[in-house]
Design a protein around this ligand. Sequence first.
Ligand code: ADP
Ligand code: MG
Ligand code: MG
Length: 249
Amino acid sequence: MLEIKDLTVEIGGRKILNKVNLKVEQGSTTVLFGPNGAGKSALLMTLMGFSGYDIVSGQILFKGVDITHLSVNERAERGLGIMTQRPPNLTGVKLKDLVKVISNDHSFDTDAASKKLDMERFMDRDVNVGFSGGEIKRSELLQLSAQNPCLYLLDEPESGVDLVSIEEIGTTIDELLSSRSKCSVDHYKRGNSALIITHTGQVLDYVEPDVGYILCNGVVMCRGNPREMLKEIKAHGYQECIKCKQATL
Ligand code: ADP
Ligand code: MG
Ligand code: MG
């Protein structure tokens, strides 16, 4: 579904990602761990094609097509969807209007989806303006369900969210990943694919991960069993970065 090859990225002339290699197989959930400032968010923003992330070298392949230099729009049309770590407020744009634009090209039951996420009373409000942490994430998930992407890029879905909302958000993510999109193939484990950044691992109480990566200082240190990695990280923190490098590379 996604293949990142030797990707080196700079922000304002400073190297943030260094020869990153990473794969997300069709229908699988890949988790990206790493300490603060490692470059995790920068990687997702680069994958989605946001400006300011300068690709110095390397390649991004999506469904076998080189998307390295495509616009955000073109990537979204091909089936990439993102929930950023700090989604922006869109003053002057009502949530219901945004959802309508996003779901333009296919049938989407806005009423049912907003009811399911308990977002009905937010539909007439400006997107994310004055929303709590959990409400913002639910608003973003509503937008993602309207988009129905093939690959979900989720940046710390549990961050800034209270414990009650985490369950709802985690369960919704699991449902979205299990649903069908234009890329779904019957014999795969899940309908959709995901690359999820998680610092605490809380989202993994609701979503079953297949592969894990650890990113430190812009470098992929290792690839392995995500549950084992989380156990190590919880026990030893990210000092394990170096150990993990010696063990697996
Ligand atoms: P993570 O998500 O792993 O915590 P980030 O990807 O947010 O890390 O940041 C990686 C590095 O890039 C950090 O050193 C951060 O300060 C830097 N960085 C991120 N965005 C910008 C920006 N817009 N301008 C300058 N530096 C940035
Ligand atoms: Mg961070
Ligand atoms: Mg981040």
